[in-house]
Ligand binder design. Structure first.
Ligand code: DER
Length: 223
């Protein structure tokens, strides 16, 4: 199976997985990226089974609206049963690196309002240890160099994501060079660096379940 076929498989599986949580007043939290795009496309076939979506990016909001799915501002949402999103890396504890698509801040916010985070990924995202993928940091513009220096003192190798600005108007530093034994501790450290808006480690609050598409079929990971 091609990677796109694997992503299609897991996107479809996610729509099936969330069926029991749908209902007339339900809001579905929707992630960002190429796998989330396919989830959105499948979700559109069930738009009469839930009320609206909460989107984690303008990209996803536009795709949802384009398919006739109402998109709510998160301030209109009191809670949601599920948030479905991809990952750049995920380990056996369902801790993730996210932000490859640059949506990490709104992803983390929408995920924080949901009861369950359902990660959808193809097998290439599953790793023993997080950190081969550089950790994205959304940073306030005036703090880019201060945060980069701090990352270097921590042993990281920060690189500005050239020509990219997030939906929130901020630049991103991608920080390579960390091999993470304790991802939650590193997330806490990075969260506290002045100027960091969001760290792309989703380790303190990992996914609740991961649906992984593999060449041998669909695999479900739980903690
Ligand atoms: O940027 C993100 O957090 C995306 O969810 C990313 O982690 C997964 O993107 P993909 O589905 O295009 O690989």
């Amino acid at each position: 199976l091609s990677q796109n076929e694997l992503k299609q498989q897991v996107a479809k599986a996610a729509v099936e997985y969330i069926q029991p949580f749908l209902g007339s007043g339900v809001v579905v939290g929707v992630g960002t990226g190429s796998t989330a795009d396919l989830f959105i496309d499948h979700l559109a076939g069930f738009k009469d089974q839930f009320m609206a979506a909460a989107a984690s990016s303008e990209r996803s909001a536009q795709r949802l609206a384009g398919l006739g799915i109402p998109v709510l501002d998160l301030n209109e949402v009191q809670g949601m049963p599920v948030y479905v999103d991809g990952a750049d890396e995920i380990n056996a504890r369902l801790q993730m690196i996210k932000g490859g698509g640059g949506a990490l801040t709104r992803e983390k916010i929408v995920a924080s309002v949901a009861e369950r985070f359902i990660c959808i990924a193809d097998e290439s995202k599953v790793v023993e240890r997080l950190g081969k993928f550089a950790i994205p940091l959304e940073v306030i513009p005036m703090a880019v160099n201060a945060v980069a220096r701090k990352m270097r003192t921590l042993g990281g190798d920060p690189v500005l994501r050239e020509g990219f600005i997030t939906d929130n108007g901020n630049p991103i530093l991608d920080v390579a060079g960390f091999s993470l034994d304790d991802a939650a501790q590193m997330e806490a450290i990075m969260n506290n660096v002045p100027g960091v808006v969001t760290c792309g480690l989703f380790a303190i609050a990992p996914a609740s379940v991961a649906l992984i598409a593999t060449q041998q079929g669909l695999r479900t990971m739980k903690v």
